[in-house]
Design a protein around this ligand. Structure first.
Ligand code: 4AD
Ligand code: MG
Length: 433
């Protein structure tokens, strides 16, 4: 007999049929000669009822002493039953135990602190909360790839081990690379700018690394970065791409995972209302709002999380902040020809206090301007030789952005901390398990 997945049973596909399922014992109780086994297989959870005289005696006995998380196989017939937790149940005819889990599964049915759950992350990812988030995350990336395919983007991969900073030296992770020092990449961007002359419109979904020394609810040291680079595209164009991509992803999630979103406390209708166009405010306007709110903030200061939190209170859907000053953005951002002290840059901020989820904008395409900015920032032009070369051989106006996958998932799933948007988070004080 071929195993079927629980999700299809719960969709009604196998009602009144005999099926075989495989999974883990999520929970169990017994009463009046019946065992109620909750079985989890990764696609869903279903109640299986085992009556004393409908299975062999030894099976009934074995089930009685089964431990939580034991792995097993069940054969039985599917019944629709309004009283069952998810509307369906399986009447057990036979059972085979693959592995009887040890007694004392560490994740008990009681409150555990965050450190305990992080130490036991390899087990905690089986919880319904983590399972739901991880499924939404997978669907998020699936939808992104669908959108890229439908819009003619090519997936492109850049190296992880690199030699020059893209986003400033302060958050570079050094790597001992034989007899020299190299770093873990912060962004694919510089390589992506090379690749657009080979492939045209491109994207990637890959890990980026930041040696973030602060403990916050929104910084990981290793995070997944969804990045896009497009030739012949300006600031306006790249903002439109972000709107369209995000709208497509949100629609797909509302359409395909409404129950999962609800489970996490996010109403799909709420997300549906967050349709583009997203409002755009300039950095200047953001400064004005902050000052109105009584915050001491000078033009030229960087907008940090505390500021973003205040700004997001004025919006009920994502919004862009554009035209950041040169000094708060990386060297590659193109200065606005009409007002060179600001750049053609844009961050997308999520509402409800979440803040920045993407950063990007138009890149410098002129050789002279790039050399000048590299000098201004005190960087060594030798480190960027190949990157500078791109402005010598067929330079074009181009733009791109990077979206923090976990930042965006945190917002969509209304998470309190970014660590739950990824299975095995890497934080300043955590690289295990
Ligand atoms: O704003 P950032 O630093 O921009 C770049 O790296 C550009 N080179 C991207 C590009 O234009 N291709 O990072 C982009 C996004 C941020 O908006 C944020 O969502 C996420 O990456 N991010 C982090 N997410 C989790 N933990 C961290 N430590 C993050 N740092 C940035
Ligand atoms: Mg940024």
């Amino acid at each position: 007999m071929k195993a079927v997945d629980i999700a299809s049973i719960l969709s009604g596909k196998y009602t009144d049929e005999r099926v075989l399922i495989r999974g883990w014992l999520h929970n169990m109780r017994s009463s009046g000669g019946i065992h109620f086994l909750l079985i989890r297989d990764g696609t869903g959870i279903i109640q299986c009822t085992m009556k004393k005289n409908t299975v062999k005696d030894e099976i009934f006995k074995e089930a009685k002493d089964l431990t939580q998380e034991s792995s097993l196989e069940i054969i039985g017939s599917v019944r629709e039953d309004k009283r069952a937790p998810r509307g369906y149940e399986i009447k057990v005819e036979d059972m085979k135990v693959f592995h009887r889990a040890e007694e004392g599964y560490p994740i008990a049915k009681k409150y555990h602190g965050p450190d305990f759950l992080l130490d036991n992350r390899h087990l905690w990812i089986r919880s319904q909360k983590m399972q739901t988030i991880l499924r939404i995350r997978a669907k998020f990336l699936e939808a992104a790839r669908e959108w890229f395919k439908a819009n003619g983007f090519v997936e492109f991969h850049s190296p992880t081990i690199i030699t020059a900073a893209c986003e400033g030296g302060a958050t570079l992770f050094p790597v001992k690379y034989f007899d020299r020092e190299a770093y873990l990449t912060q962004s694919w961007q510089l390589y992506a700018e090379a690749a657009i002359a080979s492939l045209g419109k491109i994207y990637t979904i890959a890990p980026s690394f930041r040696a973030e020394k602060s403990r916050t609810r929104r910084h990981l040291t290793e995070y997944w970065h969804l990045e896009v680079e497009i030739p012949w595209c300006d600031l306006k164009g790249i903002m439109k791409v972000q709107e369209d991509l995000l709208a497509y992803i949100l629609d797909s999630l509302c359409e395909e995972m409404p129950g999962e979103l609800e489970y996490l406390g996010r109403s799909p209708d709420e997300l549906r209302r967050m349709k583009p166009p997203y409002e755009r405010i300039t950095y200047d306007k953001a400064v004005k709002i902050l000052n109105e709110e009584g915050i001491f903030f000078k033009w030229g200061d960087d907008i940090t999380w505390t500021h973003e939190k205040i700004l997001t209170e004025r919006f009920n859907k994502p919004f862009f902040i554009t035209h950041f000053p040169k000094n708060v953005k990386a060297f590659y951002h193109k200065p606005d020809p009409e007002r060179p002290k600001v750049t053609l840059s844009a961050d997308l901020l999520a509402p409800e206090g979440y803040g920045e989820i993407t950063g990007g904008g138009q890149r410098i395409d002129s050789l002279e301007e790039l050399l000048e900015r590299i000098k201004e920032e005190g960087l060594n032009p030798e480190d960027y030789k190949w990157y500078i070369d791109l402005r010598r051989y067929g330079s074009v106006p181009h733009s791109g952005f990077g979206l923090g996958v976990e930042r965006t998932i945190s917002w969509i799933c209304k998470l309190e901390h970014i660590r739950d948007a990824i299975a095995f988070p890497r934080l300043i004080n955590r690289v295990y398990p």
